[in-house]
Ligand binder design. Structure first.
Ligand SMILES: C[S@@+](CC[C@H](N)C(=O)[O-])C[C@H]1O[C@@H](n2cnc3c(N)ncnc32)[C@H](O)[C@@H]1O
Length: 297
């Protein structure tokens, strides 16, 4: 969807018209987006048009873990001091065998391809992504195991099978990570903190389904599994959206943020966010992440 952007008001999907007499905020779109006459576009959208636009947004296709649809409409201001991809590359280069847990559609793992070791596996459990990751990774000889890596689930790998276990934004069982690592092997994970989006969820009356997703939960469990913590780094930043449509796409494709979310069920909250944006406040929320690197003794 093409939304013209204002250079002077970066958090809006503008250039915005002033609020109309009916109080509805302005929303400036490419003519083809709504199928309405271009002459109509210098007037703000009314509520019905906004809802129509938003319902189209929630129907936008999404596959794998690919957020390109939000390019230019979602921003992150994250002061983190690490690069997951750089460090994962370095660790892969030092390894002979590795597994990527919860690989999604395999997007990040494929980006790391120049650094892959000879033996590489992945796990995934969300059926559309099992299919997608299997298709993509099989081309390069990487087997995808259809297994859910939950807090306490088991993994179909032998004791000490890997030099490296990677996990980016996926769940994992610390005891199983410890079991499948060879002595001297490394576990490296980047996680989205439980506090991420607490303020966005509050708007919709939702709470994180994973209150334990914090270093305080994982670190002692990794230590009990025979790993020594090399480092834990945490970063607290913000992320935000240029327009409510972008937020709707995000909430649809990450369904655990606001369980049961749809434009129709959460219309009032969406309209209040739209007004907030029109009032000059950015659609910005807490984004907190951390990395843990640990080594098997
Ligand atoms: C946050 S994704 C991260 C994927 C990958 N490691 C990455 O960093 O791009 C973690 C898990 O959520 C799964 N997932 C994605 N969409 C889902 C959905 N609608 N319902 C349930 N799980 C989903 C993914 O398949 C993946 O296993």
């Amino acid at each position: 969807m093409a939304i013209k952007r204002s250079m002077t008001r970066p958090y809006r999907s503008g250039p915005f018209e002033p609020a109309s007499a009916s109080g509805q905020p302005g929303y400036w779109l490419e003519p083809q987006t709504l199928g309405i006459a271009p002459g109509r576009l210098n007037k703000p959208l009314n509520q019905l048009e906004l809802l129509d636009l938003w319902r189209r947004e929630e129907q936008e296709p999404f596959s794998g873990w690919d957020f390109r649809h939000l390019n230019g409409r979602h921003w992150t201001d994250d002061p983190k001091t690490w690069s997951y991809m750089d460090h994962a590359s370095e660790l892969l280069r030092q390894s002979k065998s590795a597994v990527d847990l919860d690989t999604g559609g395999g997007e990040q793992l494929l980006e790391l391809r120049p650094h892959w070791p000879t033996k590489l596996y992945a796990t995934e459990s969300y059926p559309p992504n099992v299919k997608l990751a299997t298709e993509r990774l099989a081309l390069y000889g990487v087997k995808v195991f259809d297994v859910a890596t939950t807090y306490d689930g088991l993994m179909p790998f032998a004791d000490g099978e890997f030099d490296l276990v990677l996990n980016r934004h996926g769940s994992f069982n610390p005891a199983e990570v410890g079991r499948v690592l060879a002595p001297g092997g490394t576990f490296f994970t980047q996680q989205v903190h439980a506090r991420t989006n607490w303020d966005l969820q509050a708007v919709f009356g939702a709470k994180t389904p994973w209150p334990d997703a914090k270093p305080e939960y994982y670190v002692p469990r990794l230590e009990s599994a025979g790993l020594t913590i090399v480092h834990v780094k945490e970063s607290i930043g913000r992320h935000g959206f240029t327009d409510v449509g972008a937020l709707i796409f995000y909430l649809k494709v990450i369904p655990w943020t606001v369980p049961g979310f749809s434009v129709d069920t959460h219309q009032q909250a969406l309209l209040s966010l739209h007004q907030r944006l029109e009032g000059g406040q950015p659609l910005a929320f807490e984004w907190r992440s951390y990395v843990i690197e640990a080594r098997k003794s």
